[in-house]
Design a protein. Structure first.
Length: 190
């Protein structure tokens, strides 16, 4: 059991029979006789829905152990992404809705940490940035200012906005959480 004031992002809790992952937690101390409150953003692990709630600081919640396993991504079907544990070759399917929009960044043989509560997978942890190749964009325009952006399609089918100087074949770094261009990867000979 853990007090609501001790909740931190990444923890898993059970509240009223439902398992949640703590996405964000803020504790606000009270004054005088007013007790503090914890403002928490939770993700329901069975439905994928988000819920924001204020708990009194002294409420006790059941905390659950979160275990991380490094797993290799195999393939995707209509609604699941399949991963394999490289140590024992055990395969699991994780609902794409649980992974979220980052599921589009999965590439075969990609090794990622998967979080489990008991036997149930609860999330896949992606790196902050990932390198991808541009497969389609308009030709670079050098007369325009570099602050203007154009659309580019990446090798995984995701479309993002990039600076004018980016061309087909360039390797770029993308912020996975915000789907945003960060920089062009410098290759030898450039």
């Amino acid at each position: 059991m853990v007090h609501a004031s001790q909740l931190r992002a990444g923890m898993a809790i059970r509240h009223e029979g439902t398992i949640y992952k703590v996405i964000a937690a803020d504790y606000h101390g009270g004054q005088g006789k007013m007790g503090g409150a914890a403002h928490v953003r939770l993700k329901n692990l069975s439905t994928g829905a988000f819920w924001e709630h204020n708990f009194r600081a002294d409420i006790k919640l059941e905390d659950l152990a979160v275990e991380k396993q490094s797993m290799d991504f195999l393939y995707t079907d209509e609604d699941h992404c399949y991963f394999m544990n490289a140590d024992n070759y055990e395969q699991i399917g994780i609902a794409a809705s649980l992974i979220g929009p980052q599921a589009r960044f999965l590439v075969a043989q990609m090794r990622l940490p998967v979080e489990f509560v008991g036997e149930q997978p609860v999330s896949v942890l992606f790196p902050e940035m990932i390198e991808l190749r541009v497969v389609d964009t308009t030709p670079p325009v050098h007369q325009q200012q570099d602050s203007t952006l154009k659309s580019a399609q990446l090798e995984n089918g995701v479309e993002i906005m990039v600076p004018q100087f980016i061309k087909v074949g360039d390797l770029i770094r993308v912020d996975v959480e915000h789907l945003k261009y960060m920089e062009r990867v410098k290759t030898p000979g450039r």
